[in-house]
Design a binder for this molecule. Structure first.
Ligand code: NAP
Length: 528
């Protein structure tokens, strides 16, 4: 059987895959998307756990490429829940007739570069082989689920799942004894919902987080009308900020104002929804140093105020990492769940989980019998989803080998040895969709440039890759994200090399860098 031939194969039909398909097709390219799930949405397809929702403002996270789409779609909440976002992405798919280019239930198992023909051969599990000159991996950064290798998990007689693969039909939690392992951004969303239904909820915490109130609210029709009228302005504001949110930072240093003024601003912004509390705050709140330390203490105070039992409060207060060095979770009633009689905290630093038994979890001190076990234990960021495919570049080099000591790439988008192979799952920081649209636009133009000049290969030079990798290491060393162990640096996965997995540059700097590279004939890339 001869393989299907396309100009571009896109792996994944989440927000990046959908926009890549739309943009590349507009540019006249033939595109095939392979998607593991049975529907579109990626993150917003798989994360069906109760409580899953945006913590970026819905209308800033949505696509901006179509004025008609912006006019047609109404968001019902400031921070939309997963079902609404999944509906939105399905609407986009059908509105732009994208579905016929997507093959669902199609997990890509391998991709290999054919040096003689300068094309990639992509293999789908139990499915067809396809070929294309270019491959774009739109597989998501936080999509390879991580479940700690606890012994005995297979013997567990109850129901268990990772939050990222919550069953479509849901889990009947009514009257059940439930354990949640983890206290990250996912856990703080799911636990208040489980606490409403379960007979008993045990929350297994290793590291407490600086959680901040989300303060979600409905978007009334008149508010939505005003948002629609201001879309241009809203996106312009997002473009102006480092992480593409619409929260402009206060350029002042917190330490340049009096303690009372500082505190008044902390309080004023605390009352605001979402990330505004810290992103619109003094410019040094999110940088290592005294302003950050003071803000951390302020947030600790807020946690203590909300937890009645002072001993429990101290267990919930983070002290071992700076504010913002881990992704800040936004919560809705998280701290209050601990006031419920059916909820208990298990501090696994004091009482580590040893293994799973047929009945539940065995810690150093006792066994906790449970009916449902929920792992909110995170993801193998960036490389996890790529490692799940066998990707062979020049000379049989695999991407896994290439990344074995950290992601060596140029701009996070291409690596030496993997011509015509583009990764878009890491570079965007902050508001993901705002970051990916310009990246995909750039990539579309790049592919057209290569084709229109009759080139068959584009690949970074070794020098450009070395330079970028060094930049990530050097500039990354100043980032607050490298000051603790989290998925940002791969430290949540046992054995994974510690390496900053996002760009240390702001979104505007990345856009400028990419534009300059394109203007200089794709400087740093080798065209053959
Ligand atoms: P996460 O932030 O990596 O949190 C994983 C949790 O599991 C942590 O509390 C971790 O503890 C714990 N854990 C891992 N292994 C463990 C073990 N062996 N024993 C006990 N505890 C263990 O993962 P996540 O909460 O799924 O969030 C990942 C990212 O997804 C977020 O940071 C965010 O970017 C994104 N997200 C976004 C939204 C949204 O936009 N609304 C919602 C949810 C998630 P330690 O901290 O000690 O490692």
């Amino acid at each position: 059987m001869t393989a299907d031939e396309f100009d571009v194969i896109v792996i994944g039909a989440g927000v990046t895959g959908l926009y890549s398909l739309y943009r590349l097709r507009e540019l006249g390219l033939s595109v095939q998307v392979y998607e593991h799930g049975s529907g579109v949405g990626g993150t917003w397809y798989w994360n069906r756990y109760p409580g899953a929702r945006f913590d970026s403002e819905s209308y800033t996270y949505a696509f901006s490429f179509s004025k008609e789409l912006l006019e047609e779609w109404n968001w019902s909440e400031q921070y939309a829940a997963q079902p609404e976002t999944e509906r939105y992405l399905n609407y986009v798919t059908d509105r732009f007739d994208l579905r016929r280019h997507i093959r669902f239930n199609s997990r890509v198992t391998s991709a290999a570069f054919d040096q003689a023909d300068d094309r990639w051969t992509v293999q789908v599990a139990n499915g067809p082989t396809a070929r294309a000159r270019f491959v774009i991996t739109a597989v998501g950064g936080l999509s390879a689920r991580y479940v700690p290798a606890f012994e005995g998990i297979d013997s567990f007689e109850g129901e268990w799942c990772h939050t990222g693969k919550w069953p479509k039909g849901g889990i009947d939690l009514g009257g059940k004894r439930v354990a949640v392992v983890g206290t990250g951004a996912t856990a703080v969303q799911v636990t208040p919902e489980i606490a409403k239904r379960a007979a008993q909820l045990l929350i297994f915490q290793r590291t407490p987080n600086y959680c901040v109130p989300l303060r979600n609210r409905p978007i009334e029709p008149e508010t939505m009308a005003s948002i629609k009228a201001r879309y241009d302005q809203i996106f312009k504001m997002c473009d102006a900020t480092g992480n593409s949110f619409m929260h402009l930072p206060d350029p002042r240093s917190a330490m340049d104002v009096s303690p009372s003024e500082r505190h008044a601003q902390f309080e004023r912004l605390w009352a605001e929804p979402g990330f505004k509390k810290f992103l619109s705050n003094f410019s040094d709140v999110m940088k290592p140093g005294p302003a950050n330390q003071e803000y951390a203490e302020f947030v600790r105070g807020k946690i203590r105020e909300r937890v009645g039992d002072p001993i429990l409060a101290e267990k919930l207060v983070p002290t071992d990492h700076p504010f913002g060095s881990k992704r800040v979770p936004c919560e809705s009633g998280y701290y209050e769940v601990f006031e419920q009689d059916n909820v208990s905290l298990v501090d696994v630093r004091e009482d580590p989980i040893l293994h799973i038994t047929p009945r539940g979890l065995k810690t150093a001190k006792r066994e906790y019998p449970v009916d449902v076990l929920v792992f909110a234990t995170g993801y193998d960021y960036v490389t996890g989803a790529l490692d799940q495919m066998d990707i062979h570049g020049l000379g049989g080099l695999t991407l896994k080998q290439k990344y074995s000591e950290g992601v060596r790439s140029y701009l996070g988008i291409q690596s030496v040895g993997f011509p015509n192979f583009f990764t878009i799952n890491a570079v965007s920081t902050g508001n993901f969709v705002r970051g990916l649209e310009p990246q995909v636009d750039w990539l579309g133009e790049c592919i057209c440039y290569v084709r229109s000049r009759g080139y068959r290969r584009i690949s970074p030079t070794l020098e450009a890759e070395e330079g970028w990798t060094q930049h990530v290491l050097e500039a990354g060393a100043n980032s607050i994200l490298t000051k603790t162990s989290s998925w940002f640096v791969g430290a949540n996965i046992p054995g994974k090399p510690r390496f900053l997995l996002i760009t240390p540059d702001t979104a505007p700097v990345m856009r400028e860098k990419r534009a300059a590279i394109a203007a200089n004939g794709y400087e740093g890339f080798e065209l053959q």
